[in-house]
Design a binder for this molecule. Sequence first.
Ligand code: DAH
Length: 339
Amino acid sequence: MKDHLIDLINEALKNIEKAASSDELNDIRVAFLGKKGSITSIMKEMKGLKPEERPAFGQMVNEAKTKVENALEEAKIRLEKDALELRLKSEVIDVTLPAKKLKTGHPHPCQIALDEVERIFMGMGYEVVEGPEVEWQEYNFTKLNIPEGHPARDEQDTFYITDQILLRSQTSPCQARVMERGKLPIRMISPGRVFRSDSIDATHSPSFNQIEGLVVDKHITMTDLKGTLTQFAKEMFGKDTVTRFRPHHFPFTEPSAEVDVSCFKCGGKGCRFCKNEGWIEILGCGMVHPNVLEMCGIDPEEYTGFAFGVGLERIAILKYEIDDMRLLYENDMRFLKQF
Ligand code: DAH
C-alpha cells in the first residue's frame, strides 16, 4: 500500500510538471486530490491495516497530499509567469501612435448667451433666481395683473395640468415669487424654460427660454430702467449699440416699452439682417404696475421698480446670426461646435 502511495505521488508530480495550462492543473487536482481522487481514496484502504499501523499511514497520506498541493501551487505560479512573459513579448506598444481623441460635449449657444447675460447682470449686483416650470395660474397670471377673462391669457395660451396648475408661459411669475419673499430691495434675474401652445417654425417653439429681470427699491425710476438696459445692450451686442424704447403694453408694467437695438450688422443703415429697419427688437420692459406690487405685499407708495423679459433664443440667434431657431433644438454637433 505504501508503494502504491509512492507511485501515485510520483505520477502526480510528473503530470504536474508536464501540465501546460491551469485547466490541466485543475484536472490533475481532481484526479488525485478530489473527493474521488486516487490519493483521497487510498485512505479508505486503511481498514485493511493493523490498528497500530494506521496513524503512521494516515500521516503519510497527509504528507503526500501536501506535497502534491505544493507542486500544484508552484506550477500555477510558473504558468502565470510564462503567460505574462509571452504577452509582453507579443504586445509591442508603439508610443509614437497619436492618442485617441476624447469626445467631450460643447456648450450650447443658448448656454453661452445665458452665461454672458448672467455675467453682465451679476456685475451690476443682481442675484440669479430660479422658479418652477410647473406653476400656479395665480402666479403666471393673476398676481401679474392678468385676472381671469383678461385677453392676455389667450395670447399666452399654454398647457394646463389642472385648471389651477399650468406650464408657465413666461418667467414673469418669478417676479411675484421674489417679491413675496418680503426681502427688499430686489435686484434679480431669473432665467428658465417657458411653454406656449405654439407649433414649431423658424421663429416659434412650444418650449423656449426667457430671462426675467426685476428691480424694486425706493426711488427707482424709468431712468434706471433705461440706463440699465442700455448698458446691458452695449455689453451684449457691442459698445456702439444704440437702444430705442418704443411704448408698448404689458399688463404687469405701467408704463411699458419694447426695446430695440441698432442693427449691429449694418450699424443702423438697414440690411437683410434687420429687414432694412436698422433696428432689432430684443425685449419687453416697464415700471412694475402698482397693482402687482400691492398683490405681492409691497407698498407702492413707498417702493417702485422696473422689470424686463428677454427671449434667450432670440438673443442667441441675433448674437450668433442663426437664421432658424429649430437649429437650436436639434443638438447636431456639427452645428453646435461652431460657437
Ligand atoms: N413676460 C413677457 C412675455 O413673455 C415679457 C416681459 C415684458 C417681461 C415686460 C417683463 C416685462 O418683465 O416688464 O411676453
